[in-house]
Design a protein around this ligand. Structure first.
Ligand SMILES: [Zn+2]
Length: 188
């Protein structure tokens, strides 16, 4: 009788320990976001890091496009043929850039959008490299190179924002909403 009582008393402790040991395994992933302290979906303040500093925290392919104004190979982005509903963010700083309902099939080999999420989310510059006159598109928060904008897009804007998928992060609508509610809850 006494032994049974002891087992019953100990059982929740044993089970509890098993339960506690699981989450620590999951939190060890995603080292990029841990290293990159500028990444935020809520902080709108401008980010001003040198290329040298970015090189330390960004994956090589992201650094090459975002900071060296490189271009990913066409048809290689996981976002090129992608139809989830949600928001696309700058992979460098987390700034919201495009909504999935402004994404369209351009057939050009890169993820394409007809409108940014807000006027301030993007900045523009004239790009005369490669013997062409193009308009470069950069992140409005961290000034990372994203791609170019062309005037052959669909209505209502007639614009085609041709964006390197490697500098985009995506969050599904439901996940973003859940996070937003949690943050609002934290503030209360
Ligand atoms: Zn950015």
């Amino acid at each position: 009788m006494n032994i049974r009582l002891i087992i019953v008393a100990l059982l929740p402790m044993i089970l509890g320990q098993c339960g506690f040991s699981q989450p620590s395994k999951e939190t060890s992933s995603n080292t990029m976001e841990n290293k990159n302290k500028e990444y935020s979906h809520t902080d709108a303040s401008k980010v001003n890091l040198s290329d040298e500093e970015w090189k330390k925290v960004l994956p090589e392919d992201v650094y090459y496009v975002a900071r060296m104004k490189g271009t990913e190979r066409p048809w290689t982005s996981k976002f090129e043929n992608f139809h989830e509903i949600g928001t696309f963010y700058c992979a460098v700083c987390g700034n919201a850039l495009f909504r999935s309902d402004t994404k369209f099939e351009s057939g050009c080999g890169w993820p394409s959008f007809y409108e940014p999420i807000s006027k301030s989310s993007i900045i523009y510059a004239t790009d005369n490299t490669l013997g062409m006159e193009r308009t470069e598109v950069m992140c409005g928060r961290c000034k990372s190179h994203l791609g170019h904008v062309f005037k052959d897009g669909p209505p209502p804007t007639g614009l085609r924002y041709c964006i390197n998928g490697v500098v985009l992060d995506f969050e599904k609508a439901a996940a973003a909403e859940k996070k937003y509610k949690e943050q609002q809850g934290d503030k209360k």
